[in-house]
Write a protein that binds this ligand. Structure first.
Ligand SMILES: *[C@@H]1O[C@H](CO)[C@@H](O)[C@H](O)[C@H]1NC(C)=O
Ligand SMILES: *[C@@H]1O[C@H](CO)[C@@H](O)[C@H](O)[C@H]1NC(C)=O
Length: 358
C-alpha cells in the first residue's frame, strides 16, 4: 500500500514537472518609430497576444515584458507585472497606439535597456532562460552598435535573441537582422513582407519560445510567401537577361543557319545544273566540231590530189582468192562487192564522197 502510494506520488510529481511550461523570461522589443501605422501596431499587438495565448504564464513558467522603441526605449510592462495569462493578455490588449514623430530606430539602446529589465528588482529570474524578440520594420541608426549590444545580451545572459524583420527596407539576409539574431540565422531570423504577415509566423515562433507548444496556421492568415523574383540580385537578373538574350541569339543564329544552308544547297544545285548544261552544250558543239575536223582531214588527205582522182588501195590476203570475177559486175556494185569479186585491185574513184553529219 505504502509502495503503491509512493510510486503514484513519484509519477504524479514527474508528470507535473513534465507538464510545466517553459521557464523563461521573455522580452519583446517592438519598433514604434514614425513609419509604424495604427494598423501595423494593432497587427503587432495581435501577434504578441496570439503567441501568448498558447503559452503557460506564471511565476514558475513564462514571465513576459513588452518594450517599445524609436529613438528611446520604454517598457509598457515589466516581467513581474503580470503573473497569470489573463492579466498578461489583458495588458497586451490595452497597449494603445501613439503615432511617433521620430523616424530613427535606436535598436542598440533598446537592447541595452533590456539588460536592466533582467535585474531581479524588475522581475528577472536568474535561473530562467532569457528570450529577446526584436521586431523592426527598418534598420537601426547604428547597425554595428546594435549587433554589439545583442552580443552583450548573449554573453551576459546566454540570451536567445530573435530578429523579426518586416518590409522592404530589410530582408532575410539583412546584416543587422542576422547580427541581432543568434545563430543559425535560419532559426533565429524571421523575415516577412508586411505586418499583415505576422499572423503567419505564429506557428513558427511559438515552439521556439516553448518547445512543447505548437500552433496550427490560423484561418485567414496571410502567410508570407517569399516572391522568387523580389529576392534575386541584380547580378542574377543580369545573368537571366544574358541567358534569355543568348537564347534569342541562338534562335536567330539557327534561322540564319538554316537559310544559309538552303542558299548553299541551292547554289550547289545551280552549279551542278550549270555544269551539266555546259557539258551538254559542249557535247552538242562537239558534233559539228568533229565533222569540221573530218572535213579538214579529208581535205588534207586529198589536197595534193587533183580532184576527181584518188587512188585507193585495198589490201587483203589474196592467196586463196580466185582472180577471175565470180559474176558480172555492174555499175550498181559497191566498192565492197568489187573488192569481193576481184580481191586485190586498185580502184579509181571519180567522186569523193564525204558524209558530213548534220
Ligand atoms: C490572432 O488570432 C486571431 C484569432 O484566431 C486572428 O483572427 C488574427 O488574425 C490573429 N492575428 C495575428 C496578428 O496573429
Ligand atoms: C524541450 O526543451 C527541454 C529543455 O531544453 C528538453 O529537456 C525537452 O526534451 C524538450 N522537449 C522537446 C519536445 O523537444
Amino acid at each position: 500500500m505504502m509502495l503503491r502510494t509512493t510510486v503514484f506520488l513519484i509519477i504524479f510529481g514527474l508528470s507535473l514537472t513534465y507538464c510545466r511550461g517553459a521557464y523563461k523570461d521573455v522580452l519583446w522589443l517592438v519598433d514604434a518609430s514614425s513609419s509604424v501605422s495604427a494598423d501595423d501596431h494593432a497587427l503587432t499587438m495581435g501577434f504578441i497576444y496570439n503567441v501568448t495565448s498558447y503559452l503557460t504564464i506564471g511565476d514558475n513558467d513564462i514571465r513576459m515584458g513588452v518594450v517599445k522603441f524609436d529613438d528611446e526605449a520604454n517598457a509598457l510592462f515589466e516581467l513581474d507585472d503580470n503573473n497569470n495569462k489573463a492579466s498578461l493578455l489583458s495588458a497586451i490588449n490595452s497597449i494603445s497606439y501613439t503615432q511617433s514623430t521620430v523616424s530613427s530606430r535606436k535598436t542598440m539602446d533598446a537592447l541595452t535597456y533590456t539588460r536592466t529589465l533582467y535585474l531581479s528588482i524588475k522581475g528577472g529570474r536568474s535561473d530562467a532562460g532569457k528570450v529577446v524578440i526584436v521586431i523592426e520594420s527598418g534598420p537601426s541608426t547604428n547597425t554595428p552598435l546594435t549587433i554589439t549590444k545583442a552580443n552583450d545580451l548573449r554573453t551576459s545572459y546566454g540570451a536567445e535573441v530573435f530578429a523579426i524583420g518586416i518590409g522592404s527596407d530589410l530582408s532575410k539576409t539583412n546584416d543587422e537582422l542576422q547580427g541581432i539574431a543568434n545563430d543559425p540565422d535560419s532559426y533565429y531570423v524571421e523575415y516577412i513582407g508586411g505586418f499583415i504577415n505576422l499572423c503567419g509566423i505564429v506557428p513558427s515562433i511559438l515552439p521556439k519560445i516553448d518547445n512543447e507548444t505548437t500552433a496550427t496556421m490560423l484561418d485567414g492568415c496571410d502567410e508570407w510567401v517569399e516572391p522568387t523574383t523580389a529576392e534575386i540580385t541584380s547580378t542574377e537578373r543580369m545573368t537571366e537577361a544574358t541567358i534569355s538574350q543568348t537564347n534569342e541569339g541562338l534562335d536567330i543564329g539557327a534561322v540564319v543557319g538554316i537559310l544559309l544552308s538552303c542558299l548553299l544547297i541551292l547554289a550547289i544545285l545551280a552549279c551542278v545544273l550549270y555544269l551539266l548544261y555546259k557539258r551538254k552544250r559542249r557535247k552538242d558543239k562537239k558534233g559539228p566540231d568533229k565533222s569540221e575536223d573530218d572535213i579538214v582531214k579529208a581535205v588534207n588527205e586529198y589536197n595534193d590530189t587533183s580532184l576527181g582522182e584518188k587512188r585507193h588501195m585495198y589490201k587483203r590476203d589474196t592467196s586463196s582468192i580466185n582472180i577471175t570475177p565470180t559474176k558480172t559486175m555492174s555499175e550498181k556494185d559497191t566498192m565492197f562487192t568489187v573488192y569481193e569479186n576481184l580481191g586485190e585491185r586498185s580502184v579509181t574513184s571519180s567522186i569523193i564522197d564525204v558524209k558530213i553529219p548534220i
